[in-house]
Design a protein around this ligand. Structure first.
Ligand code: GAL
Length: 998
């Protein structure tokens, strides 16, 4: 079994790389002292093991040397120390505080030196061996300690290690005693290892993964390597298990009973993320029996395409950091499983373990439930970019042993997982010789998995071309294999022949990401483009409570950090409490592995299987015929069990004779036919709506009412009462309203604000600079135009000559209860940027707390995030229309709304119909209040419900880290006309105005 080379020959060092001397172990760049060679992780065996997780004693010191090592002695009295659970991060238990930076080191870039202030946690556990624990060898294993540990058992020092998210083991048989063992672990927050761990996340020190004592009987397994390949041409699998010491391998289901080191070839069912077929096996060496689960699969790059078992794979992926809002990176087994179930339920099939190997049990779950995994090494030196990459450890031979140690610990630990299909050298380390050395080491050890690393555009050391946040146009160019040259002709040609993936794209910070659908179309068009990994899975908001007990989520700066990167740490598809965000719902729809399309009027539907391996036999297809959002007939479609890539066209049944007129749609859904390991029968995989009868908006009044003067300074039109001086609507049918007026402002989203390194325009700043958040409304005229009320207003920001010349034309029908508003907007001046929104805002009494609408729902949607919005009739309380982005910002719009009602508990309320359909938003605070809030708890319901009915919204894009809004989703300033009809709803039981009138 290989081990990393821990020493380099003197002549490998360049002149400026003289060996570091006389450094304390936490600054010393060597990876470890006293640990045993890395090896495979396995969840269980018949050898005894003792979890040392639990309540330990804990003491925090401000520096690495504030305390001596007396605490390691058996007789030391730690009874007055604090108690701390292990695994945990001490900063999440009241000792010190978390801190967040994205790329910046929170201390001077002075490698390998560290600040004198180096929080140091002394951990101490007294434990007995369980009854029957035999003598002989034992290993003490740490699955994760951040960032550097020194370990003693019963007063004897075992050694030191770095490499926070990697396992480290010590031989401890000799030191163990039956009772009263004292395990002492000194953990330094900062170490030379920190220079290699500059990932974009909270700085969270501590023993954050399991600590375990493993008995090693004579002849126990030291290490083993399962090679299980699949030959798709003849359906056989070849199994070879190397083990130290040797033994036997049995796979009862396959009739295999073999000596280790001997191959066997038999017919098998292959493993894939879609059909994760595992075979139960057992490895028996003279001293230990280890249960295994074997998955047969072969990964290869062939003809410029990444294939598994001979088929091109398409990654519908996410980047997963380990995160829990209370426990940080100390993620328990239940949460890991929950993550995977949520991923599977949202059609996600791939995980990049950004940016370090996850808890080892997570990969067992990936094997079991089916997930393609890019396993990434615990390595990032991004903070060196800020100093021009000077001193970057990945290009400094003194650090190479540490890099090799990390590569080796990852590969050895995780090599037996079928789910791991690519190794990744790390993230954002620039370029350097150290990466080449890691690649060589990995290739030599495991030739069966391709290599990934994004940070070197030359792709020298890798087998796949990978980019992050490339825009759609660039991805298309890469898809055509015509991307710009990088420099070296040979390397350029080699790179163009590689498969391509976006290891990060679609930055899910706040509202968004937008533009997913357009990316997916590229992945489906170009064979080379094999999908991507959304950044990222979960917001890293840390749970906090107000004095009143209300929960909120903290981000950078909330712990008083001097240096921080704000809410850039909250950029996930899940909220910190693991509630799916609208971004995840959108992603699920965009990546659905079954495509349903067709022609609703002609009554045909096309079903395409977009799985790479699975057929459709596990799915049922249901159809619904819906008139005005109400299902009037439904049934099941007989769909043949199409194989991967196959499609078919089917006839829909005859639609039922219409009982009432109105828009009609077919909704076709693909759902699980039976329960699976990750979702129950009936769980929806894919859906589509096919228009059958189009929507016809209500016509203007046929028999118009005439404007008349009321009492005092009031104008009356139909059931509306207006201020005669300003033309502002005051009452509608007895309901007081805060007059509708033109509105262009939205609380900028993180994507509107944009990232400083992105070349696209940062509209958040531009809009604010133009004053769009403080538009002034000058009433130009209020006129009676042949019985209609016409109000002209010039809407414009201070200190600018840009304006929107706005005309409100109010009409009413003599018979109806509705007031119709026709809006026309004519821009004045040279508007060179899009608007945030264009529509009308009004306020109504806060008692109108229930919304019902017919249009897109149930969740929010914006022009480039609307794929998952489906037409239906939806009801939600106003409070539930809000999306609680960790940093409050524009949210909650519903797309394609034909009509919306806001009602009181007694059923009375207000109704708005649109022509054309509109974007509908209702909230208990204004956009300005939303804009001013930094956390959800800053938002306090006011006395009114504010309604925005918008003709247009600007798209969302992904500019908080990636490209901005695509041109087709920008809200360009142009003349616009749109209409609304306002009416009141008398009671719930009665027909609404719309129904009455049609
Ligand atoms: C990438 C980086 C990630 C994360 C992301 C932005 O550059 O690899 O770790 O920082 O940007 O959220």
């Amino acid at each position: 079994m290989s081990t990393p080379q821990n020493d380099l020959a003197q002549n490998d060092l360049a002149q400026n790389e003289l060996p570091y001397r006389d450094l304390p172990y936490y600054e010393d760049v060597s990876p470890a002292r006293g640990t045993t060679p890395p090896r495979a992780w396995y969840a269980s065996s018949d050898a005894a093991r003792l979890s040392l997780n639990g309540i330990w004693r804990f003491r925090l010191s401000p520096t690495a040397t504030a305390e001596d090592d007396a605490f390691a002695r058996r007789e030391f009295d730690a009874s007055r120390w604090a108690e701390l659970p292990v695994p945990a991060h001490w900063v999440l238990h009241g000792h010190g505080a978390p801190a967040y930076t994205n790329t910046r080191y929170p201390f001077p870039v002075d490698p390998p030196h560290l600040p004198t202030e180096n929080p140091t946690g002394d951990h101490r556990l007294v434990f007995d061996l369980p009854h029957g624990w035999e003598g002989g060898e034992s290993l003490l294993r740490f699955d994760g300690v951040e960032s550097c540990a020194r370990v003693w058992l019963n007063g004897e020092e075992l050694g030191t290690f770095k490499g926070s998210r990697l396992p480290h083991e010590f031989e401890v048989g000799r030191q163990l005693r039956p009772r009263g063992n004292v395990l002492a672990v000194r953990v330094h927050q900062w170490s030379s290892g920190t220079y290699l761990e500059d990932q974009d996340q909270w700085w969270l020190p501590g023993i954050f993964r399991d600590v375990t004592l493993l008995h090693r009987p004579e002849g126990a397994v030291r290490d083993f390597f399962v090679h299980a390949s699949y030959d798709h041409t003849d359906g056989t699998g070849t199994l070879l298990v190397e083990a130290d010491p040797g033994g036997r391998l049995t796979v009862p289901e396959l009739g295999i009973d073999l000596a280790t080191g001997e191959p066997a070839t038999v017919r098998v069912e292959p493993w894939s993320a879609e059909v994760p077929r595992l075979y139960a096996a057992e490895l028996a060496t003279p001293g230990e029996r280890v249960p295994l689960r074997i998955g047969f699969r072969t990964v290869a790059v062939e003809d410029g395409v990444l294939k598994v078992n001979g088929a091109r794979v398409l990654f519908r992926g996410v980047n997963r950091h380990e995160f829990h809002p209370e426990h940080g990176r100390a993620v328990d087994a239940k949460t890991m499983r929950r993550d995977l179930l949520l991923m599977k339920q949202h059609n996600i099939n791939a995980v990049r373990t950004s940016h370090y190997p996850p808890h080892p049990a997570f990969l067992d779950l990936c094997d079991e439930l089916g997930m393609w995994v890019i396993d990434e090494c615990d390595l990032e030196t991004h903070g060196f970019a800020i100093v021009g990459w000077r001193g970057n450890p990945v290009d400094d031979a003194r650090w190479t042993p540490a890099l090799l140690d990390r590569a080796s610990r990852m590969v050895e630990r995780d090599k037996n997982h079928p789910s791991v299909v690519l190794w990744s050298l790390g993230n954002e380390c620039g370029t350097g010789r150290g990466l080449g050395a890691m690649a060589d080491l990995i290739r030599e050890r495991d030739a069966d998995r391709p290599l990934h690393y994004e940070g070197d555009p030359s792709c020298t050391d890798v087998d796949v071309h990978s980019r992050m946040y490339a825009g759609h146009a660039e991805v298309e160019q890469i898809g055509r294999r015509t991307e710009s040259p990088w420099g070296d002709r040979e390397l350029d040609e080699r790179r163009r022949a590689m498969p391509f993936l976006l290891c990060e794209y679609a930055h899910a910070m706040g509202n968004g990401p937008g533009g997913l659908l357009e990316y997916q179309r590229l992945f489906e068009t170009y064979e080379r483009c094999q999908g991507g990994f959304v950044w990222e899975w979960i917001d890293h908001g840390i749970a906090r409570r107000t004095v009143d007990g209300e929960r909120w989520f903290a981000y950078g700066g909330d712990f008083g950090e001097e240096l921080h990167d704000g809410n850039f740490v909250c950029d996930g598809l899940l909220f910190p409490d693991r509630t799916p965000s609208p971004g995840l719902i959108e992603y699920k729809k965009v990546i659905e592995p079954v495509r349903i399309s067709g022609d609703g009027r002609a009554g045909t539907v096309r079903i395409a299987n977009r799985f790479n391996f699975a057929d459709l036999s596990g799915l049922s297809f249901l159809w619904y015929y819906e008139v005005q959002g109400v299902s009037v007939a439904h049934g099941e479609l007989a769909v043949p069990p199409l194989g991967p890539g196959e499609s078919t066209e089917l006839k829909l049944p005859e639609p039922p004779a219409p009982e009432r007129p109105g828009e009609a749609l077919w909704t076709v859904r693909a759902v699980l036919a039976d329960d699976t390991a990750w979702a129950g029968a009936g769980h929806e995989i894919a859906w589509a709506q096919l228009p059958a009868v189009p929507h016809v908006p209500a016509p203007p009044p046929a028999c118009p009412a005439v404007l008349r003067k009321g009492e005092g300074n009031v104008l009356v039109l139909g059931r509306g009462a207006f201020d005669a001086a300003t033309g502002a609507l005051r009452y509608l049918d007895g309901f007081e309203v805060v007059a509708p007026r033109l509105d262009v402002w939205r609380a900028p989203t993180d994507n509107d604000e944009g990232a400083e390194w992105q070349p696209d325009e940062r509209y958040g700043t531009i809009w604010r600079g133009l004053g769009l958040h403080r538009m002034q409304h000058r009433v130009v005229s209020v006129r009676d135009a042949d019985g209609e009320l016409v109000v002209r207003t010039r809407v414009a920001p201070a200190s600018s000559d840009l304006a929107l010349d706005t005309t409100f034309r109010w009409t009413a029908d003599q018979r109806g209860r509705a007031l119709r508003l026709d809006v026309s907007v004519v821009p004045e001046g040279d508007w060179w940027c899009p608007l945030p929104r264009l529509g009308v805002r009004l306020g109504v009494c806060g008692s109108l707390g229930l919304a019902e609408w017919y249009g897109g729902g149930p969740g929010e949607a914006y022009p480039d995030t609307r794929t998952a919005s489906r037409i239906g009739r939806w009801t939600l309380p106003v409070d539930a229309l809000q999306t609680p982005y960790v940093r409050p910002q524009e949210n909650g719009a519903r797309a394609d709304v034909r009509w919306a009602e806001l009602r009181r508990e007694d059923g009375t309320g207000l109704r708005i119909e649109g022509d054309p359909a509109f974007w509908f938003t209702a909230r208990r605070w204004t956009s300005e209040e939303l804009d001013a809030a930094a956390h959800t708890t800053d938002l306090r319901p006011g006395p009114l419900v504010w309604i925005n009915v918008d003709h247009g919204q600007h798209g969302i894009g992904s500019q908080s880290c990636g490209p901005g809004v695509l041109p087709q989703h920008r809200l360009a300033v142009a003349p616009a006309s749109f209409s609304f009809a306002f009416s009141t709803v008398a009671t719930r039981a009665g027909a609404t105005w719309g129904d009455e009138d049609r």
